[in-house]
Design a protein around this ligand. Sequence first.
Ligand code: ATP
Ligand code: MG
Length: 299
Amino acid sequence: PVQPRERLRVAIQKSGRLGEPARELLASCGLTWRESRDKLFLYGESLPVDILLVRDDDIPGLIADGVCDLGIVGRNVLVEHGLEREAQGRPADLNEWRQLGWGTCRLDIAIPESEEWTGPQQLEGLRIATSYPQTLGRWLRDNGVDAEPVVLNGSVEIAPRLGQADVVCDLVSTGGTLRANQLRPVTTILHSEAVIAGPRATLDDGRQEIADLLVRRLDGALQLKESRLLMLRVSRDGLTDLLPLLPEGHEPTVMRVDDRDEVSVQVLVHGSVSWSKLEQLKHAGAHNLMVLPVEGMLA
Ligand code: ATP
Ligand code: MG
């Protein structure tokens, strides 16, 4: 039994690929912190949210055990954890609360460059080096292939050269590491990105409220990155023709401009606004066009 807590605890990777972007994301939600002396904890100052710095593999377990409430982790790690629980006959306990769109990679099967790829059946009876035995196991079952996973915790890609395995099942983003080891990816068994992982059930005590607040700010921060404010002026008569040309976005705001036969239009746009779009709007009668970045937003 875990002590009731009035502070939220978020697990992130201490170093590695996801550590820095995770800190940046939390900072963009207005969280400031003070580092513990052993550098394993960041005490939240501006919000009752503390950050625990750990190895990424430990994150699902920490949430499952109630030591942490949320985590920022790769889907690959979360899926492997879920399947492992299932294999032990326990129900899945964690969910993806949000997808973050970075830390993207694939879990791929890779074979020696010199070999042909004819399909999953080719793997029958082979030894496959991987750090993701459960995810690989599910894929093998789904494809009706009987192969032998060789579980390694690091340097999976050199296993074929060392004679430990015939092929690998490993994380790939650019494929550079595989190429350096004369391997080539032939099929993807999981598409991954960084996610916010949390329990399926709601949190106890005051933590759900803090989690809701944090996730609302995160949603704002995630949307913000993609948003621009487009402003322009147009004659009142020209407005009707112009509105359908506006880029995809929120409901536009139309304001009268004093003493003029003109209106000012503002619209929050998803994504950037191209030059050709601006030119098209100008051609349709708009002027004083302006595209602005958005600093803060709360829907
Ligand atoms: P830790 O010491 O925390 O266990 P690690 O070596 O397991 O670190 P990293 O290599 O930093 O982990 O990768 C963390 C996560 O980054 C992966 O689980 C995956 O979700 C994501 N990732 C993105 N691109 C890649 C890639 N090319 N190779 C490995 N992981 C990648
Ligand atoms: Mg790890």
